[in-house]
Design a protein around this ligand. Structure first.
Ligand SMILES: [Zn+2]
Length: 408
C-alpha cells in the first residue's frame, strides 16, 4: 500500500504559490492575509477529501476522517503552514500535506480505520511574527494560556487575538478539549545528518533539550595605544575565553552536546578602543537532561573561575529552558517497523529543532519521521527536498498511522 507521490508533490507546489518569493521560497507569516489564503486552500482540500473541520480558539485546525468507532480518540498527524519571512516550501507544509495525502490514499483504496484519523495544522509554529513559538500546540497542551497567546503582538502592535478574528480563524472549540490517541509528525530534517549518511528515513527517538543564556562581561574602555597590556580590563578578550569554553563543553558530551554563541554585541565597537562591555548569547543543547544540566553547571563554574582570575564583572542569566523530549516507544517503534516493512534505508536522528510534536507528546504518545533536505538547510528560501524522499516519508506515515488506527 503506497501513497501517491505525484499528488503530494503537486499539492506542496500549489500551496507554495501562496506567498511565493522570487528566490523560490515562501513568505507566509502567521495570521496574515496570506496565511488565511493558505489555510483556506488546505481546508478546501480537506473538505474535498470528505473530512469534517474543527477550529479551536487559538486557530488550530483539525480535519477529521471518521473511523468505524468514533468513540476512540483520533490518530492524529500534522504540523504547521506558517513560514519564516524567508522560509521554504517544505518546513511544516510537508507535515500537513503528507497527512492529507494519507487520507486521500485511504479514500482511493476505500480503506476504513477503526479509530478516526485527523490532520491538524497548528497556529504560529514559527514564532517569527508572534512570540512564543509553537503557539497553537503550546496553548493546546496547556504550556501557556490562551490569554498570553492572544496578547502577543507583532512589531506593528497587532495582537494574535485581533488577527485571528480578522482572518476568521478564531474558532469556538476550547484548546485541548480534543482527545488524541496518538500523534505523528513528518518533517524535513532541517539538519545535514540524513543526507550525509545517505539515508532516506530518520526515525526520531527524541528532541534535544535546550538552555539559553544572556551573558554580559563588563571591563573598562580605554585607548588602545597608551594602555599597557597588563593594565587592561578587556571585556572582549575575557568573553572569548567563555565562548571557547561553550564549544569545549559541548565537545565533552558527544554525540548530542551542542554549544553555540550566535549573537555578540561589542561596546563601543571601535577599532582603537579596548572593549568595555560585551553582551552575547549562549545556546546549550543535549538530548539527555542530566548531561544538559552537567553542561549548565560546568559553564557556571567556568564563569566563576574566569571572574576570579580576571576581576571583571560577568553576569549570566538563563532566559529559556526546554527539557529534552523523548518520544513514545510505541510510536517510535511504529515508525521503525513501517520503515522496515517498506524497505527504506534508515537511521535514528535526534531532532535539534523544536516541533509541534513536542507539545503533542505531553498529551498523547507521539513520534516523528524525518526526511532529508538539501544540504540540511531550512529557514531559507533555498530550502529543498527530493520528491522521492517526501513520498517515502509519507508512506512511512501512512503505515505508522494505520498500525495505531487499525484497518477494519
Ligand atoms: Zn517546522
Amino acid at each position: 500500500m503506497k501513497i501517491n507521490g505525484e499528488r503530494l508533490w503537486a499539492s506542496l507546489m500549489e500551496l507554495a504559490k501562496i506567498g511565493a518569493t522570487e528566490k523560490g521560497g515562501v513568505k507566509r507569516l502567521a495570521l496574515t492575509d496570506l496565511d488565511k489564503q493558505g489555510r483556506d486552500l488546505v481546508v478546501s482540500w480537506g473538505k474535498e477529501a470528505g473530512m469534517s473541520i474543527t477550529i479551536d480558539q487559538i486557530g488550530n485546525v483539525f480535519m477529521r476522517r471518521d473511523g468505524t468507532n468514533n468513540a476512540l480518540p483520533p490518530v492524529m498527524t500534522g504540523s504547521h503552514i506558517d513560514t519564516q519571512p524567508t522560509g521554504g516550501k517544505f518546513d511544516g507544509n510537508y507535515g500537513v500535506l503528507a497527512g492529507l495525502e494519507v487520507v486521500r490514499t485511504l479514500n482511493d483504496l476505500k480503506i476504513k480505520t477503526e479509530a478516526p484519523i485527523e490532520v491538524a495544522f497548528w497556529t504560529n509554529e514559527e514564532g517569527s511574527r508572534f512570540v512564543p513559538v509553537m503557539m497553537g500546540s503550546g496553548v493546546f497542551c496547556g504550556a501557556f494560556s490562551l490569554e498570553t497567546a492572544y496578547a502577543a503582538r507583532d512589531v506593528e502592535g497587532k495582537s494574535v487575538g485581533e488577527e485571528l478574528e480578522r482572518i476568521g480563524y478564531k474558532g469556538p472549540q476550547v484548546p485541548g478539549d480534543h482527545p488524541i490517541g496518538a500523534y505523528f509528525e513528518t518533517h524535513i530534517e532541517q539538519g545535514p545528518v540524513l543526507e550525509d549518511a545517505d539515508k532516506v528515513i530518520g526515525v526520531v527517538p527524541a528532541v534535544m533539550g535546550l538552555s539559553w543564556y544572556d551573558c554580559v562581561v563588563t571591563g573598562m574602555e580605554a585607548h588602545a595605544g597608551p594602555t599597557p597590556m597588563h593594565l587592561r580590563k578587556d571585556a572582549l578578550q575575557v568573553s572569548t575565553r567563555i565562548m571557547q569554553e561553550v564549544v569545549a563543553i559541548a565537545n565533552r558530551y558527544p554525540p548530542y552536546g551542542r554549544g553555540t554563541v550566535g549573537m555578540v554585541q561589542v561596546f563601543p565597537n571601535s577599532r582603537n578602543v579596548i572593549p568595555g562591555e560585551v553582551k552575547f548569547s549562549i545556546d546549550l543543547r543535549n538530548v539527555n537532561d542530566e548531561l544538559l544540566n552537567t553542561m549548565h553547571e560546568e559553564m557556571l563554574a567556568f564563569i566563576d573561575k574566569t571572574r576570579g582570575e580576571t576581576g571583571l564583572k560577568i553576569s549570566i542569566e538563563r532566559v529559556s529552558y526546554y527539557p529534552p523530549c523523548p518520544f513514545h516507544p510505541e510510536c517510535v517503534d511504529a515508525v521503525r517497523s513501517a520503515t522496515a516493512k517498506l524497505g527504506y534505508s534508515t537511521m535514528d536522528v535526534v531532532s535539534g529543532a523544536g516541533h509541534d510534536a513536542i507539545y503533542a507528546a505531553r498529551l498523547a504518545p507521539a513520534g516523528m519521521i524525518f526526511v532529508p533536505c538539501k544540504d540540511g538547510i531550512s529557514h531559507n528560501e533555498i530550502e529543498d527536498a527530493k520528491a522521492e524522499h517526501l513520498e517515502a516519508g509519507c508512506n512511512v506515515l501512512l503505515h505508522a498511522m494505520l498500525e495505531r488506527a487499525r484497518v477494519v
